[in-house]
Structure formats: structure tokens, C-alpha cells
Design a protein. Sequence first.
Lengths: 376, 188
Amino acid sequence: MYKKNNISIALTGGHAVGEAMRQINPDVVAVYPITPQTPIIEYFAKRIADGEIDTEIIPVESEHSAMSACIGSSACGARTMTASSSQGIMYMFEVLPVASSMRLPIVMAVSNRAISGPINIHGDHSDAMVMREMGWIQLFAENVQEAYDNMIIGCKIAEKALLPLATNMDGFFTSHSVENLELLRDPDVKNFVGNYAPRQHLFNFDSPKTFGPVALQNSYFEFRKQIFDAMNKVPDIFNEVTEKFKKLSERGYVSVERYRTNNAETVIVAIGSVCGTVKDAVDKLRDKGKKVGLVKITLFRPFPYKDVKQALKNAQKVIVLDRNLAFGTKQVLAGEVESAISQEVQSVVYGLGGRDVYEEQIIDLFKGKNNSGFIM
Amino acid sequence: MQNKNRYEIIIHGRGGQGAKTTAEILVQAAVREKKFVQAFPSFGPERTGAPMLAYVRISNEPIRTHEPVVDPDCVLVLDETILDTIDVTQNITGTEAIIINTAKTKKEISERMKFNGNIVTVDAKGMSLDIIGENRPNTVILGKLAFVSEKVKIENITEAFRSKYEKKIGKEKTDKNIKAIEKAYNIY
């Protein structure tokens, strides 16, 4: 079934995601294409303008309207996607949980960027972290290849789980970085995602349904509990979809990736593009006999507590990197990891507002030379 | 310690001068040679005229790091006025080339920078004005890079240029651009 016929090229993360969207050819994409947007939609819209695909693109007047239009379109049974980041996500915030409560498998490509204030549109994870309790599945990519793959995998996961899903890649560090990747062939992508045939939608006139009703004391709780239950089923769906994707692409994905964690005494836990830099640091230290490793989280929501616990079971010291700064509470990823392993971790915040992070700084962390809680 | 399998470049320019395009054409040329590549810009305020950087890596092995280029093997300067405010010689300790778009001589630039390393001057602006009729030093300078670095073949740079631009700017203008790139390659 699988033919090694993938095409090896180099694209920016933004174009790679746009290319995945072209191959998926969703029914509707509603967007507000203005800063802070990314080249994703510019690339994708050009494919439509050139007549390559027949997606209906809806340019709206704000990000709030973009997500609202996505909700309407998805409720009508259309495969629906959008892209946003930073303040765009902040503005669509009010409707994000409406998408999950209506159980709509909207897929949103997010290029993770800082949120105001002060004003900054560069790469960090602040936007993804404010989204984390909205009932959206969240996948993170380390590089351009993963950003591309996550769109295809994500489309399938969302539709099986009946939950909205955000694919995250680091703004600029991945979205604007040109890297090698292998594209799947168009028919293989089409075949993988298949036709979208929702069981229930507004245009099913033989079986009319109400979407997004008022739900008061007697039913609101049940609706919310359904999101909770649906989210708990996602890990199995993730495994099933990534297994199938591996057969197609020879690229395997796991919710929690372990990199040289065998006999590792000190392990860094991280998400996003910094994982590549950490892997290089791990190799250098391993060459010198240091027992270090990396645990990379790919599936961030729902959080894979069991897999994280398993991956860290032999680590003596755990360092968790967060690319956003939480105020008056534990850092998001650090708190999640602590609760997974029931043990305190060294929490480190790095890279806010697009600040670069260097391999040397990661090596210092491994060596215990930086105990400030920050890479500034 | 430098990874011998990897060639790293820093491109200095100003917002709007096309440093990102320089990086992109270069890595697309390297992809034609089955290399692993990475190119990413480092914007400041994302404003026309503000200094900005682009980083390029060309490698025989997959590239995983996302740190900026720290210890470049070559530096490209698209705008000589940057030399007044930015030290482009950081971590240049040996024979790594600093290729500068300028009509001035190597001696003049060396004295101005107070730097005795391997400075290579190329009048990319002059060449592009002569041949293309527009100020497009950002791609012309790649001819000189191909010559100096011997990391990417000139024909792959010109082909990468053609495949990115021919549809957009037409064959005639593309040919002129390529002629200018080749001129920068041949003049030393």
C-alpha cells in the first residue's frame, strides 16, 4: 500500500502548513489575514486563487468573527480550518470554548507568539497556554516536518474525537524557518483524511438538530462533562491515528517522545522548537559521558500524565522548560510534570517574546550552573 | 567546536533589502544538491530600514538546532552602512570570509572596520544597476558567495532563482538577474 514516493523539499513552517491545507482541501477556511497572522493563509489563499483547490475562503472582519464563522460552517457539516496567533487568539477567545462545547472538529494552525503587553509579536508559547483550558486538543511541533504532519494527523484526530484541535508551531523559529521536509503525495493525504461525513449537522434536514442552545441548571453540567469525557478519549485516538500515519509516511509520533533517556540522571522536559536545540546539547554531553536526556511533549492537551510519568520514572533530576511566564502560580508545563511524577522539578522559563535560546545555555542547565529559574 | 559537516552563514541587511530572500535562494540551491538546510530571519521591529539578520545552515546531516548561528563560516553584508553600527566580525577568528556589498575597495573597508581578516568586496549594487537596471544586490551577492565558499554550485543558485522568480518577473528580467549573479561569481 505504501509507496516511498514522498517529495523532499525545503519550505518554511508557514508554507508547509499551507501546503498540508492545500492537500486536505477543507470545505471552508475563515480568516482575518492581518498582523499578527502568518504566511499560512497567504500561501493557501493563492492556491485557491490559482484554481488548484475549491475551498471556500471567508475573509472576515476580525479574529472573533473568523472563529465564529468557523463554528457556523463546521456546525453545517463542513470540514473547517483557520489559522491565527498571538492577539488574534486573544480576540477569538470568547468563542473558542463554544467550538468545543458544540463538539466541532475545527482545526486551527497556530504559530505561537507572545501576547500583549508590552506589544510583541515574536515567538513564544503565551497564546497556546492561554488556550489550554478551552476544550481544544493541542499538538506541538518541533520543526517544519512536524508542523506539516500535525495538520494531517490533527485533522483526523479532531474528527474522530469531535473536538476542535490546534496545531502549534513556534512563531518565527518554525513558522518562518526554511527547513527540509518530506511531503506526502496528494492522493495519499486525501485518502488518509478521507471524506468528512459528520453524523449530525445543521444541514441534515431529515433529522433537524439544535446546535449551541441555552443549557441551564438541568443540562449545562452534562454538556461540559461531555467535553471532559471526549477529551479523555483523545489519547487512544491519537495513538490510532499516528499508527496509521506511520504506515503511510514512515514517520512515527508518540504523545511523549523520549530522547536518550535510558539511564539518564538529568532529563529536560520541553515542547516546541527548543527540543531540537536540547537534542544537540544532549548528544554533546552524552559524548562526554554525562547521563542526560530529553522528554518532548507532542500532545499537550489532553496532557499525557501517564506517559510522562513512565518516561521520567528513572530520572533523578527533572528540568522543565516553559516558553511563557505564568504569574502567581507554577509555570504551566512545570506544574503539569510535577503533578504527573509527584515530585518537585526545576522550573525554567526561557525565550519570551522571541528571545533566542542557545545550546550553551541548555548545557549550563544540565550542568547545574543556572539555578535562577530563567534563561534570560 | 564547529561541526565540520555544517556550513553556517549570517546575512546582515536592513528590513526591505531582501536578506530573507537571499537566505531562501541559497538554501533552495543547496536542496538541489541534496543537502540539509535551515534558514531563518531574526527580525527586530519588522520595519523597513531597520537592521535585521538572517541565518543559514547547509549541512550533510539533518539539522535539529534552532539556535541562531553563533560562529559563522561566512558573513554576508547587504548594506555597508550597517558596518557603522553593528560588529559583523563577531566570532570571526580566522579566514572566514566577510562578503560586503560595496563599491569601495577591500583596503578602504578594512581600514574603516579596523579589521584585517578576510574581507571580500563586491559591487553587487553597481552590477545589479548595470545589468538589471534595478538595485537588487541581495541575490547578486550570492554569486560571490558561491565563488568564495564553494559550498553551493553557481548553476544551482541561478536555477533556484529562476524557479522562484521566473513566473513572477518574466524570463527577460530573470535572465538579467542571473547574468548579474554570474558576473558577481566571475569577478574577483
